[in-house]
Write a protein that binds this ligand. Sequence first.
Ligand code: ADP
Length: 346
Amino acid sequence: MDKPRNLQLRLLSYGVIAYMMLAFAWWSILLFTKNRDAYEAKRDKMRLMMIAREEIPPTDEAFYSTPAFQELKNQYASQEYMILGEASVFVLSLAIGVWLINRGYHREMLAALQQRNFLLSITHELKSPIASIRLVLETFQRRELPRDKAEHLTKNALLETERLNKLVNDLLLSAKLESAYQLHKVPVNIAQVVEDILEQMEAKYPNASFTFNKQTAVEDTLGDVAGLDSVILNLLENAVKYSGAAPDIEARISQHGNTIRLEIADQGIGIDESEKAKIFEKFYRIGSEDTRKTKGTGLGLYIVSQIVKAHKGKIAVLDNDPQGTVFRIEIPVAREEKKHPKNKGQ
Ligand code: ADP
């Protein structure tokens, strides 16, 4: 929905609500006064009739102490409470209604903004590798190139296809995570997986420094290898991406009792406290697509958190010292159930 129309609708609903409140206040006051008038009329009539029937002497004290007057007074008081109670329920329901409308509106606006950011970034992410690959192919088509130049261009084009591949895989994986993601669990040593991926990263990013710190022995655990690969790769790629020219990244792994703890620490730009909870939402990227310099879709950390959750684990984001970010994952060790043969003697 476009913004001015949205604002108009919002103003209209606030106008209607304000009108309802005023009308309600007016009706309440009217009800109070009518109720009081009715009570006073009944009271006076009752008093006159009692005096006429000579049931009481014509004094205030005598009338006020009669049970009939006490009952009338109690009835009036309970009617007043009832009006007050109903008014409170009405005001409360209206306030909850306004709060719900506001919350719904903000959620819708946020979803629309994220959708827009996602569309902008995905269009860019799809178009730029396609354009580069096309340029390389056109160059090859037009002229014969020296071997080293041809190799350089081919390497670039391959990197671009890799980017495209990752993007498509991320999109598919995030769609699967929402519906039919089946973990294919096999015994896996997460420390070994991290070490292997770090080797790939070192080759891919020669400017970056990667340190692997295996602080304790780490048991094998039942896990989904493709999923865990994707978790570690995404965190390391982010650590590089949000670190500037010379990334300094440390991967720490340890086991405490039944929990494997993996930390990916960088010395990069860091994450604001107010953003920490939001970065795991689907399509969420810090800043706006018009001003942001890094490439991405906002899917990476969503995928990471969903896969960690599917392994019954937890993910946390902390500040690094003196600067940068630490992503901490804790996954409980899952062991294969030992099969006890039923008929030992056979
Ligand atoms: P993407 O990297 O495609 O934008 P992610 O879901 O991986 O999406 O990350 C979401 C956001 O979290 C990023 O846009 C970035 O602003 C922030 N972020 C993720 N990792 C880091 C990091 N290591 N350092 C600083 N910011 C980060």
